[in-house]
Design a protein around this ligand. Structure first.
Ligand SMILES: Nc1nc2c(ncn2[C@@H]2O[C@H](COP(=O)(O)OP(=O)(O)OP(=O)(O)O)[C@@H](O)[C@H]2O)c(=O)[nH]1
Length: 342
């Protein structure tokens, strides 16, 4: 029996890891033993640590590049290693700038095609920012094309962060999504809360001899915008360019540590203002910072121009990964270090 693979795709900060956490918790309830691959553009593994801390799950981490282009071979190798552990399913969380179509092709490679099959591709959207992507990212044409691919190849599109927008915005998002994908189910939610039954349906612990997994009828629940039927504006856009290409060209990930001796720790507000300073150039930041000896380490996340903080048990050296478009690395590092000047 082929091992079902679920791909989690979606732009930076759209809620993929939040969904993966739910998927792992639900898998545990169902007695499933999934293998998990997480790909990060940066050199540090923020999300893998979050998963380990919250679910105890061991994750295969592919850092410092994108498995749909620069690190393509690594994905196939990692999957082969994971398969040795005979998982019930494999969940792959892609970077926010990956094209899921390339991952589907990897699964078709000779060494893998008899052993795994694509079960679901789920693409998440950040409702608060989705409508701005085309203009904000317009300097990177490959990236804009990749974001379209994330939509057109999805079986399920999760419009997340709907707590941050008016219903009118959701209608406009649905209209835009339908231009790329006329068939996928679209659900509206926050904190990636969706009904996971249709996704996990038919995936049964291997110790119980199971038939091949079947997709359940697509009853994802959540809030679907019922009045909008798929015929309205439903012109699926076909990409002409078929050959493989990089999924982005101007996105970089820069990891900065916290200056050590003789430093002053800035307040949370100063760090938040620092993120905002970079405007559209800073797409995402995440890491672990110790703000004072009296407080626990903080997991800081900057996504969709909002910053959130959470206590963490991360024991290592503090750092922050910055992911941006046309970011000036030297300037970023200089200004970052200046934040900690005594
Ligand atoms: N307000 C709000 N915040 C959310 C929601 N879903 C996720 N977040 C927050 O958004 C941030 C990014 O969420 P992640 O799940 O890490 O997003 P991601 O897609 O995995 O991010 P990358 O892998 O870095 O691209 C975190 O701080 C989440 O807590 C939501 O529905 N509403």
């Amino acid at each position: 029996m082929k091992i079902p693979v679920i791909i989690l795709s979606g732009f930076l900060g759209s809620g993929k890891t939040t969904l993966l956490l739910s998927l792992l918790k639900e898998s545990k309830v169902r007695g499933l033993n999934p293998g998990v691959v997480m790909n990060e553009l940066g050199k540090r593994d923020v999300d893998g640590y979050i998963l380990q801390e919250h679910t105890g799950t061991t994750v295969t981490k592919l850092l410092d590049g994108c498995v749909c282009c620069s690190r393509k071979e690594d994905l196939a190798d990692s999957l082969l290693v994971l398969l040795r552990g005979r998982p019930d399913a494999i969940y792959i969380e892609l970077t926010g700038v990956a094209n899921p179509e390339e991952i589907a092709k990897t699964l078709q490679e000779t060494a893998l095609q008899e052993r795994v099959e694509l079960h679901f591709t789920i693409t998440l959207l950040d409702a608060e920012n989705a409508l701005e992507y085309n203009s904000r990212l317009s300097s990177d044409k490959q990236l804009v094309r990749t974001l379209r691919k994330q939509l057109s190849t999805a079986d399920l599109i999760v419009v997340n962060k709907s707590d941050l927008v008016e219903p009118e915005t959701l209608w406009r998002i649905e209209k835009g999504v339908r231009k790329q994908n006329s068939e996928a189910e679209i659900v509206y939610t926050h904190y990636s809360e969706i009904n996971l039954s249709p996704i996990l349906s038919g995936i049964i612990p291997r110790k119980i001899i199971a038939p091949a997994p079947q997709r359940a009828p697509q009853t994802f629940k959540g809030a679907t915008l019922k009045q909008m039927n798929s015929e309205q504006g439903a012109t699926a856009v076909k990409e002409r360019q078929e050959e493989p290409h990089a999924s982005f060209s101007q996105v970089t990930a820069i990891t900065l540590t916290i200056p050590q001796a003789g430093t002053t720790m800035p307040s949370k507000e100063r760090i938040e203002a620092f993120f905002q300073e970079w405007g559209d150039n800073l797409l995402r930041a995440k890491g672990h910072i110790l703000l004072s000896e009296q407080e626990p380490v903080q997991l800081v996340q900057y996504a969709g121009m909002r910053t959130s903080w959470e206590a963490s048990r991360y024991p290592g050296m503090p750092y922050v990964v910055f992911i941006g478009i046309n970011l000036d690395e030297e300037l970023l590092a200089d200004r970052w270090n200046a934040l900690f000047a005594p």
